[in-house]
Ligand binder design. Structure first.
Ligand code: ADP
Ligand code: MG
Length: 848
């Protein structure tokens, strides 16, 4: 399965890999102290060279390989070194599940940490961040490299320190929110992030593709119109599908018919449903969407009395995300849940643009090749396939296609029963919680014991444990696609984990009398001691005893697990069943990739039906026609090349459809992103500047310049002069000014501005020293933030508006860019003027 590209890439780096291994052999003889000194030595080498220097890479990778060996007893494979090189070049390393990507990331992380700018390793959830950070801490303790970890529960103060570490593990959403929050900070001390230098993104397709369809948003509440939602909900109940409105499943939209419009206006007793001042239409459409297109336990679940979004294709639960523009509230009305205030966006960013803030990014995943074009276009990353360490023996069987969805599920259930009977571990991937539950019910009827995983965030730890066990005899596991991602399935079970569970009991027995607070951390450190225990060391009787037990358990389970593994391999290894084609081939491949880990045998097969969502919505009549022509009965699966081709075509249509959505989101966000960068830069300048007086004077001079331009363009209209005087709060006679030429007038006003501001400063300084600087900062930040938030609102309106008129010859994106530019310039002008106006009028009222 080695394709040409990977063959080339491995060839191209063959020499480097050879050198790393030679160096590694040499470094092996270093005592720990000398190994740790490598970091200083490499930093020195780097100071007179750069990160692209092959020699430094070779030595850094070799050093790390040895540190990994000392900490874990594992020796990196050549393909892992190759993966590290690819990552260091800012590309995506496609390495299959179970190939050891966690360790691969450490190679470029170490090398780039030598630059002292910090390296971020991004994971999809807190559990993985913590798991991987703990491993990394162990390894990097040999190299004097500090490893940080940020999860949802990390406080702001701790975050600041964790970000300062050489390498920091963090999830994509924590990273994004920290970025947005930092740019809303009022005090310099509140800023927690440093530079965005280098990011390594694990499960990169999940983060940069699956999650890239919805931006990250920080929002604040506004007033709500509860009764609007409830009334609209009532109306939508009365309206009839296909008579009053039509439903377009593909674009997830509903459209009122003329009759429907009349009906609404009559019920609501209004003249015009589309009145901008009284925008009922928005509420009605959202209620209809809630009624027809957003279904409970499919598109959302109710959790803690809240509507929680379920990602439609991955089945993953998106805590804290809300549908925008009133849709979420319409669903709350439908479910009779407290309607939360409609949110005003205070700050937002897409993942695309967040990660483009880094000087260098790279990523790793088992599945990226199918989305290569997108990675290339948007992130300028190449996808490079790394061959597996051992040859992949998994058999991917041809699809079984049923006419009817129910029959499909029945066949799946019976397949599970058969597998259970012979003891073969089977993993069934579903696209939604709803479908997982359906299958679970069927299996219960057949009396097949099974585990059900839903990728609920609160279950992640538990689910990872279950996934780890999914390779054991007689184990049937149903999981939505995201469940347990990042944890690999080991045939016959994970020996180490099994022993650890058991030895814990012994430790509790042995130590309980002495150590009264025997928590997990302590137990783990005891386990570590037991493992490292050598017979020469005979001080601690308890440890000797435990060490003996440990060794016995190890012998026992190594044998048991191996027997079990052999048994399962005889049956064909892990069997993965897909129950529906996904949004993209990539996600199908992810599911298949659960099986056939590190050269194990395995099988995968998809069970499909023509009633599956994807085919119904994107297949068109073509597929239906094929079936009718084939004239087959309902219960037998169909195998037809023509059909498979049509299914492939439908899936490709879906891929293209979602790519377009992401691309569009990206292109539109890019416009606002450049503005965001400019605003954030200005903000940061103010925040970190001690002498903000300069900013005020600069704003004042700019304002004078702009106003004078208008003044001279408008034939020296007196009204404009009056405005300037009012704005600057200076005492001058307009007549006197009117006689001046443009250069004279400008320097006169600039001078007046300074004088008047000096007076203000002296006055305030007397009353309360230092106050003026605080006031300046306050006004500047307040005005920028307020104007920016209003600007974001206007921009999203603009986007909608552009969408409505996007017929004709113009490219809507060009229109959007032009209009957006004007809005931005207006905002900047407005900020300067209001700041000047406010500052010039600030007075201190000392309360008695
Ligand atoms: P991936 O992220 O690629 O799916 P992981 O990093 O989770 O894989 O590693 C899977 C398993 O492989 C882990 O148990 C890890 O300890 C093991 N592993 C990684 N590298 C090696 C190696 N060089 N030799 C032996 N085992 C390894
Ligand atoms: Mg992984």
């Amino acid at each position: 399965m080695i394709n040409l590209f990977s063959y080339n890439s491995i060839n191209q780096h063959k020499n480097t890999i050879k050198k790393i291994n030679e160096m590694y052999k040499h470094i092996k003889s270093y005592p720990d102290v000398l190994l740790a000194e490598q970091t200083i030595k490499l930093k020195k080498m780097l100071s007179s060279s750069d990160i692209k220097n092959k020699k430094i890479l070779t030595e850094a990778f070799a050093t790390l390989k040895e540190a990994i060996f000392r900490a874990t007893n594992l020796e990196l494979f050549d393909v892992q070194l190759l993966g590290g090189i690819i990552l260091n070049n800012g590309n995506i390393a496609e390495m299959k599940t179970g190939e050891g990507k966690t360790l691969v990331a450490l190679l470029p992380a170490y090398l780039n940490s030598l630059l002292d700018e910090g390296v971020h390793i991004i994971t999809v959830n807190d559990y993985l961040a913590e798991r991987d950070a703990n491993l990394a801490k162990k390894i990097f303790s040999y190299l004097d490299i500090e490893v940080g970890l940020i999860t949802q529960t990390t406080t702001s103060k701790e975050r600041m320190n964790e970000y300062k570490c050489d390498i920091t593990y963090i999830t994509n959403s924590e990273l994004g929110f920290d970025y947005l929050r930092d740019n809303m900070a009022i005090h310099q001390n509140d800023i927690i992030q440093n530079v965005f230098s280098y990011a390594i993104i694990d499960e990169v397709d999940s983060i940069l593709i699956d999650e890239a369809r919805t931006p990250l948003i920080i929002s604040g509440a506004t007033k709500i119109q509860k009764n609007f939602y409830h009334n609209a909900e009532e109306v939508s109940k009365v309206l009839e599908k296909n008579i009053d409105y039509n439903v377009d499943e593909k674009s997830k939209n509903t459209i009122l018919t003329a009759q429907g419009i009349n009906k609404c206006e009559k019920i609501l007793n209004i003249n015009n449903l589309y009145d901008i001042e009284n925008p009922w239409i928005k509420y009605i459409i959202n209620s209809l969407k809630a009624k027809e297109l957003f279904l409970k336990n499919k598109d959302y679940i109710i959790k803690d009395n809240q509507i929680t979004i379920v990602d439609e294709f991955t089945g993953r639960i998106m805590i804290g995300r809300r549908w925008s523009d009133g849709l979420h509230q319409a669903i709350e009305a439908k479910e009779n849940i407290d309607i939360e205030a409609e949110n005003k966006t205070l700050a937002s960013i897409t993942y695309q643009n967040l990660f483009l803030l880094y000087k260098k990014i790279s990523g790793m995943t088992g599945t990226a090749k199918t989305e290569e074009e997108e990675f290339n276009n948007i992130y300028k990353m190449n996808v490079i396939n790394i061959p597996t360490n051992k040859k992949c023996l998994r058999k991917d069987m041809p699809d079984l296609v049923y006419k009817n969805e129910y029959v499909k599920w029945q066949s799946i259930a019976h397949e599970c029963l058969d597998m259970y009977k012979i003891g073969r571990p089977t993993l069934i991937g579903t696209t939604s919680i709803h479908k997982s539950e359906l299958l679970s019910t069927m299996l219960k009827e057949l009396e097949v014991p099974h585990n059900l995983l839903n990728a609920k965030p609160e279950n992640i730890i538990q689910e990872s444990k279950i996934i780890l066990e999914a390779g054991r005899k007689n184990t049937i596991t149903i999981a939505t696609n995201m469940a347990g991602r990042g944890t690999d399935i080991i045939l016959g079970g994970n020996i180490e984990k099994i022993i650890e569970e058991e030895i814990k009991e012994y430790i509790k027995e042995t130590f309980n009398n002495v150590e009264n607070d025997l928590n997990d951390t302590k137990i783990n450190s005891i386990i570590k001691k037991i493992k490292l225990y050598s017979t020469n060391n005979i001080e601690d009787q308890k440890l000797i005893k435990l060490n003996k037990i440990y060794n016995e358990l190890e012998k026992k389970y190594t044998k048991l697990c191996k027997n079990e593994k052999d048994y399962i391999l005889n049956l064909g290894g892990l069997y993965v069943i897909g129950t529906e084609r996904h949004e993209s081939r990539r996600i199908d491949n992810q599911l298949r990739g659960r099986s056939g880990r590190q050269g194990d045998k395995g099988t995968s097969r998809f069970f499909l039906s023509l009633q599956d969502n994807l085919f119904r919505i994107f297949g068109g009549n073509k597929i239906e026609n094929i079936i009718n022509n084939l004239n087959i009965d309902n219960n037998a699966p169909i195998e037809s090349i023509l059909l498979t081709k049509s299914l492939d075509a439908a899936q490709k249509k879906v891929e293209a459809y979602f790519y377009d959505i992401r691309k569009q989101l990206f292109e539109y966000d890019e416009v606002i992103h450049n503005q965001r960068k400019a605003i954030y830069k200005e903000r940061k300048k103010i925040l970190t500047h001690v002498f903000t007086r300069d900013c005020i004077i600069e704003y004042g001079e700019q304002t004078i310049k702009e106003m004078l331009n208008i003044y001279f363009k408008n034939k020296k209209e007196e009204k404009i002069l009056k405005e300037i005087i009012k704005l600057l709060n200076i005492k001058t006679d307009t007549q006197e000014l009117a006689n001046m030429g443009s250069i004279q007038l400008k320097s006169y006003l600039n001078e007046q501005l300074r004088i008047s501001y000096d007076l203000k400063e002296v006055y305030l300084e007397q009353l309360r020293p230092g106050l003026i600087r605080q006031l300046e900062k306050y006004y500047l930040l307040q005005q920028i933030d307020q104007a920016w938030q209003e600007h974001i609102d206007k921009m999203s309106l603009l986007k909608e508006y552009i969408g409505w008129r996007s017929y004709g010859q113009q490219d809507p994106l060009v229109e959007y860019k032009n209009e957006a530019f004007n809005l931005f310039i207006n905002m900047i002008t407005y900020i300067r003027q209001t700041v000047i106006y406010l500052v010039m009028r600030s007075r201190l009222i000392i309360e008695p």
